[in-house]
Design a protein around this ligand. Structure first.
Ligand SMILES: [Zn+2]
Length: 158
């Protein structure tokens, strides 16, 4: 364990990691300043166990790109900005933009870890109703091209 290991667990009773502290510099002898203060006050400071040193005690670090199926059956991928659902990333890649609020990704064949682009479908799922104005604003913002082609098709027919 290095002096600035932000993933280190506080040796006191708070159960926090160093990175969870408001000020990670308030870290004394392997514990947060609050726990250190309490331990010093009640005389237990000397009895606190030494910080873990074996690699087995360290939190496991997965490389970027690491894939894991979660308890719901979806594939989670580790990215530089955190763990994300793979089917959402694939859809964002296909759309060339981030998913908009209310947009979900549906697996056509029902297999939640089958994230081949041809198996994914963009859905717009709102748990409650929504204002028509908001729906039109959403469609013109995120699906303008599709909207325009549908409108042009309709014009030809009528
Ligand atoms: Zn603490």
């Amino acid at each position: 364990m290095t002096a600035c290991d932000l993933s280190a667990l506080c040796r006191g009773n708070c159960g926090r990691r160093r990175q969870e502290l408001k000020n990670y510099k308030a870290w004394i002898r392997g514990m947060c300043a609050q726990c250190h203060y309490i331990a010093k006050k009640d005389g237990t400071l000397e009895n606190v166990a030494a910080p873990p040193r074996s690699p087995a005690d360290q939190p496991r670090r997965r490389p970027i790109g690491h894939r894991k199926i979660d308890s719901c059956g979806y594939v989670n991928v580790k990215t530089p900005v955190g763990v994300q659902q793979e089917h959402r990333l694939v859809m964002e890649e296909m759309l060339g933009r981030k998913l908009a609020p209310g947009e979900t990704v549906h697996h056509r064949n029902g297999i939640r870890h089958d994230n081949r682009p041809e198996n994914l479908e963009l859905w717009f799922s709102q748990p409650a109703g929504q204002r028509v104005d908001d729906l039109i604003a959403y469609l013109t913002k995120h699906h303008r091209e599709t909207l325009e082609s549908v409108l042009n098709e309709n014009q030809k027919v009528s």
